[in-house]
Design a protein around this ligand. Structure first.
Ligand code: ADE
Length: 227
């Protein structure tokens, strides 16, 4: 899968993709990640990427020229399944959307800043607008990092044990049950007996019960429409 991220703060995105699973996904060829600096495409002599809004009002708006030139350049090189804009007024990211996007081949993710981007970009180029939650960030970069992480870990082969992505919280609309590791008794805090029993039928049943209990308690909305 190829992902092109368009940003005015490319350095913000170095960290999340140069460690652990995201790093390995690139080394193993599952992910080709390209981070483009929008500023490099500005024809303005000072490489300006924002301007005041028409009609007045506080806050700068990201200009159309560098973003459209960059998108057009990328589109002339390959077909894109989606051109995504990270924005607090987009569709809120949920696991179903991550699953859907993990099946695509090429996507562009545009990170917004300031007061927003010139609406004509949204009208003519953007195919999907995504929010990572009902709060406002200073820019789309952290949202883009969250989105990429949530998608890439679903690509077969990225996580060693593929079943582990399938058994994630949310994949079946249930939160995950509690997990424990050694030691079985830490200063009197004990691991539930059933997990030490070796009876896998009982263990599976216990995990199902705990997952349901936790979901009812913390995210009853996930159970709506389920019997
Ligand atoms: N940019 C600013 N806030 C955001 C959010 N909540 N999700 C995605 N992009 C954003």
């Amino acid at each position: 899968m190829r992902i092109d991220i368009l940003t005015i703060l490319p350095d913000l995105l170095n960290g999340p993709f140069s460690e652990s699973i995201m790093k390995r996904a690139q080394e193993k060829g599952h992910l080709e990640l390209m981070v483009h600096n929008i500023r490099d495409y500005s024809t303005n002599k000072h490489h300006k990427v924002d301007d005041t809004q028409y009609g007045g009002g506080a806050g700068m708006v990201m200009t159309i020229q560098p973003i459209v030139d960059l998108i057009e350049k990328l589109k002339s090189e390959r077909d894109y399944d989606e051109i995504i804009f990270m924005t607090p007024d987009g569709e809120v990211l949920e696991q179903d959307l991550c699953n859907e996007l993990s099946l695509t081949e090429n996507i562009i993710i545009l990170c917004g800043h300031y007061k927003g981007i010139d609406e004509r970009i949204r009208e003519h180029y953007i195919t999907k607008e995504i929010s990572i939650g009902s709060y406002v960030l200073t820019g789309g970069e952290l949202g883009a990092a969250v989105l990429v992480d949530s998608i890439v870990r679903l690509i077969p082969g990225v996580i060693n044990d593929e079943t582990s992505a399938l058994s994630d919280s949310f994949q079946d609309n249930l939160l995950s049950p509690p997990v424990y590791t050694k030691p079985s008794d830490y200063k009197g805090m004990k691991v539930p007996e059933v997990l030490l029993s070796g009876n896998f039928k009982k263990i599976d049943k216990w995990r199902e019960e705990k997952a349901l209990e936790r979901t009812k308690d913390r995210r009853p909305d996930l159970l709506e429409g389920k019997d």
